[in-house]
Design a protein around this ligand. Structure first.
Ligand SMILES: *Cc1c(COP(=O)(O)O)cnc(C)c1O
Length: 403
């Protein structure tokens, strides 16, 4: 008895091809990484611009360590609040076109902390079915009534809002770029509907910052929706190549979260060097969009190559899913890629709905055309891309919307 159930649960995971294991990277993060002494071409990082190992970001972090040391020793509200936290928050607000911003140690904590502070038992939170796990966890932990609408289905969102008038507060929350499908939310329509019903709108822009928008500011810039979103959440851990999450919004909202978001209050402040790295990443994007342009060249190239084989590739972002179907098949394909020197882990339930296990390709600005060609050739060689399997892929994808 006691912990016996652990063995049973692990056995079950193995039998269902759902056991998760990680590989150990022995090099810096980049489009090429070293594992067990061998070089692998990586197509699975959110480090879209290659900033995680960029000389300017490393330099900024090192300089900050020399000036401010490493740790912060306390929560922001006790004695951990340092000048670089303030500077970074100012910069984020500027980037997002809001009055203020608040840093959290991670994006996960920003989502959970913000949602739990905003809504409780008398309230309702309504979200897209494919929202990120951190949003879902926030919705569940908040104790609010939690409803989901089918992926990007604005009319279902509206009907949920119509039927929710008895609740004290109504919060609508969506990803801007969906992390496992690479497609985007119809934000202008969602803004209109939430305004119509006087609900609060929160948008998770984690995958859009440094990728979308004329200046890489994110999906809100892309759609020209500055000032129209009540609460913007983001992460510095993806295209910005650093670590940390944030909420951006008006000053009162930020003061509210400072006082109410438990994952902000009861945790130690980020190291100042992490803030320096984020600041350097944001400055770099502001000065020069070369890396973003290069990323989009790669996105267009790979998507056009894949569309010769797959008729309905989801989305228009650096995240490109190839739906395989069963967890076992997805795992096998991933293993074959690995044997060929390419790292793309299989994404399986519960991260994605049952029957839609997939390869989630993500592109970086630092990939070359040769890298992308090698990926396509390998996918052909191992039988993932054949003109005959387009139908299979399509059917697999269609299941995402029902599940
Ligand atoms: C990665 C991610 C998060 C969490 O951000 P971290 O900084 O990695 O904790 C939140 N939302 C979405 C959509 C994400 O993809």
């Amino acid at each position: 008895m006691g912990l016996d159930f652990i063995l049973d649960e692990l056995k079950l995971l193995r039998e269902q091809a759902l056991m998760r294991e990680y590989r150990t990277i022995e090099s810096a993060q980049g489009s090429y990484i070293q594992i067990e002494g061998k070089s692998y071409l990586s197509f699975c990082s959110n480090n879209y611009l290659g900033l995680a190992d960029h000389p300017r970001i490393k330099q900024a972090a090192i300089a900050a360590i020399n000036q401010y040391g490493w740790g912060t020793g306390a929560s922001r509200l006790v004695a951990g609040n340092m000048i670089l936290h303030q500077e970074l928050e100012k910069k984020i607000a500027e980037f997002k076109g809001t009055e203020a911003a608040l840093l959290f140690p991670t994006g996960y904590m920003a989502n959970v902390g913000a949602i739990c502070a905003l809504v409780g038992r008398e309230d309702i939170v309504i979200g897209d079915k494919l929202n990120h796990a951190s949003i879902i966890d926030g919705c569940r932990q908040s104790g609010a009534t939690f409803r989901v609408y089918p992926h990007n289905d604005v009319s279902q969102l509206e009907s949920l809002l119509q039927r929710s008038s008895k609740h004290r507060r109504r919060l609508v929350v969506t990803d801007s770029v969906f992390s496992m499908d690479g497609d985007t939310a119809p934000l202008p329509e969602i803004v209109e509907i939430t305004q119509k019903y006087d609900a609060i709108l929160m948008v998770d822009d984690a995958h859009a910052m440094g990728v979308f928008g004329q200046h890489g500011k994110g999906m809100i810039e892309d759609y020209g929706l500055e000032g129209k979103i009540d609460i913007i959440m983001g992460s510095l851990s993806k295209a910005i190549g650093s670590i940390g999450g944030f909420i951006a919004g008006n000053k009162d909202l930020i003061d509210f979260f400072k006082n109410k978001a438990r994952s902000f209050i009861y945790t130690t402040a980020l190291p100042p060097a992490a803030c320096a790295a984020s600041l350097a990443g944001l400055t770099l994007i502001q000065e020069d969009t070369t890396l973003i342009d290069k990323l989009w060249d790669n996105i267009r190239y790979l998507r056009s190559q894949l569309s010769k084989f797959i008729s309905n590739i989801s989305g228009e972002s650096p995240i490109i899913p190839i739906i395989i179907g069963s967890s076992e098949d997805a795992l096998n394909v991933s293993t074959r890629l690995y044997e060929n020197g390419i790292l793309i882990p299989a994404i399986r339930p519960p991260t994605v709905p049952l029957g839609t296990s997939r390869l989630r390709i993500s592109l970086m600005a630092t990939h070359s055309k040769e890298d992308i060609n090698r990926l396509i050739d390998t996918l052909k060689n191992i039988g993932v891309l054949t003109h005959g399997n387009a139908k299979h892929v399509k059917e697999g994808y269609a299941q995402t919307d029902v599940g």
